[in-house]
Design a protein around this ligand. Structure first.
Ligand SMILES: *Cc1c(COP(=O)(O)O)cnc(C)c1O
Length: 466
């Protein structure tokens, strides 16, 4: 395989891609679960001799595709979507072809400067005030880890990286019981320890962190000589979409000099629409915010937008400049590798540029508004269906439901399994106050109103059978 043969295969892949997307509605959303099937189909040892592309291509269709769960399926209503709008896929194709490594400004000035501009575009698009500076991370988990490390270093007077953690002050970080597991892992990796992540109770329909409980916990820790380092707030948590009162949390934080990081990995894209911004009221006071354009906005995975108010705190935590990474003679440029944990960086800004220009903010808002409206309409239809109980009301496009009556938990789980084996739609579960519920969320770029009708038919038809 060489670049001479590339155009023929490239065209083949492009044709295949369009046909794949065109035919997605006819495929079951979730791969049939058959542990070991792919492994058995792959030879135990690598080939010694080159193989023709034709054979590799056939094996791709024969071995790989049957084991794929179709994340771009219009009826993928599980987890949160991880979108790949065609314009962003084209940009990824180009980025893969040029394959620049964008760790420093000089290792591709256009990539760095476009990243700066795209993050400015995104900040405006979601209504963040000037004063936030953005960087593209691979994932919200990485952004949150960077935020937790910054909290740690600030609270330790920047001594943690230099001296290690033994003998340092005893730190604590606060969040609600609803936050994503990436917060726990950031706490582990930062060496702060699960026991020092204080999970506060939630209240109200949005299951927001109890700000009074937060303040009491901080004061009690201080009285005991423990040092509060920061707070992780959530806007649109993964389970049922919990949203903290960011303004109330920032007020407590300000009083105690604490860092606030807002995890809006999923819901952040919805902030393109001004009418949803009340869900993160107060966000302008946070120290950092993360959301994933690869989730609901349509940017090909991976693309996580991380905004910080004080980049100097972030780079003081993460930057390291051995001689071989210095750029001599170019002062004042940004080296984004100093803003993130990995040194190497892909050219991710390109897909945002393609995506935002190809659809315009109005196009993207229209897509998100449709998902929210169709999801809410589905929730109302299900509320009226016999035997189905809405457990949490829609937060944007996410709501939860279960079967009512006897043995509700067992039958709800049985329903979920039937739905996913059926293949017309794909849903996942969570727990709300200890009870198992089924999540419904919508966010696939190409979803249409008829897909929500199929969801209603599938759920009600199969609910009658468990
Ligand atoms: C998806 C999600 C994450 C994790 O995002 P990654 O980019 O996969 O690390 C974190 N928090 C919330 C609320 C999420 O929905």
């Amino acid at each position: 395989m060489d670049w001479q043969a590339f155009p023929r295969w490239g065209r083949k892949v492009a044709d295949w891609a369009a046909a794949y997307h065109g035919g997605l509605r006819d495929r079951p959303v979730r791969a049939p679960l058959d542990p070991g099937a792919t492994l058995r189909a792959l030879p135990a040892a690598p080939p010694e001799a080159p193989e023709p592309m034709e054979t590799i291509w056939q094996d791709f269709e024969r071995i790989v595709m049957p084991g794929i769960t179709h994340w771009q399926h219009p009826r993928f209503f599980a987890y949160f979507n991880s979108n790949a709008a065609p314009a962003s896929v084209l940009a990824e194709y180009l980025a893969a072809t040029i394959a620049p490594q964008c760790m420093l400004w000089q290792t591709s000035p256009a990539a760095t400067e476009m990243e700066t501009r795209m993050m400015e575009w995104l900040a405006q698009a979601v209504g963040l005030p000037t004063g936030f500076h953005g960087v593209i991370q691979d994932s919200a988990s990485s952004a949150t880890l960077a935020a937790v490390l910054t909290m740690r270093e600030r609270a330790l007077g920047w001594a943690g990286n230099a001296q290690g953690l033994p003998g340092q002050k005893h730190l604590r970080i606060y969040c609600s019981s609803e936050v994503h597991s990436s917060i726990d892992r950031a706490i582990w990796v930062a060496g702060i320890g699960q026991d020092n992540l204080v999970k506060l109770p939630v209240q109200g329909p949005l299951r927001a962190m109890d700000a009074f409980a937060l303040e009491r916990a901080i004061e009690q820790d201080k009285a005991e000589g423990v040092v509060p380092a920061g707070i992780v707030a959530c806007t649109g948590a993964t389970g049922m979409g919990a949203c903290d009162n960011v303004a109330a949390i920032c007020e407590v934080a300000r009083k105690h000099g604490l860092y606030v990081h807002v995890d809006a990995a999923w819901a952040g894209s919805a902030m393109l629409c001004p009418e949803f911004r009340e869900l993160w009221t107060g966000v302008e006071q946070a120290d950092s915010v993360v959301f994933n354009p690869h989730k609901w906005m349509g940017a090909q995975f991976d693309c996580s937008a991380h905004f910080v108010r004080a980049p100097e705190d972030l780079t003081r935590t993460l930057a390291i400049q051995p001689e071989y990474l210095r750029t001599h003679g170019a002062d004042g440029v940004i080296d984004y590798s100093e803003w993130s944990i990995p040194l190497g960086r892909r050219f991710r800004a390109l897909k945002l540029w393609f995506l935002i220009r190809a659809h315009g903010l109005e196009g993207l808002r229209g897509m998100i508004r449709n998902h929210v409206a169709w999801s809410r309409a589905l929730c109302e239809r299900l509320r009226d269906a016999p035997g189905i109980e809405i457990v949490t009301e829609p937060v944007l496009s996410l709501f939860t439901f279960r079967l009512s009556g006897e043995d509700a938990e067992t039958r709800t789980l049985a329903l979920l399994q039937r739905i996913n084996d059926d293949g017309r739609i794909y849903l996942t579960q969570t727990k709300v106050d200890g009870q198992l519920v089924i999540r419904f969320q919508a966010g696939q770029f190409c979803a249409e109103a008829r897909d929500f009708d199929t969801a209603f038919d599938t759920i009600t038809e199969l609910a009658g059978k468990v």
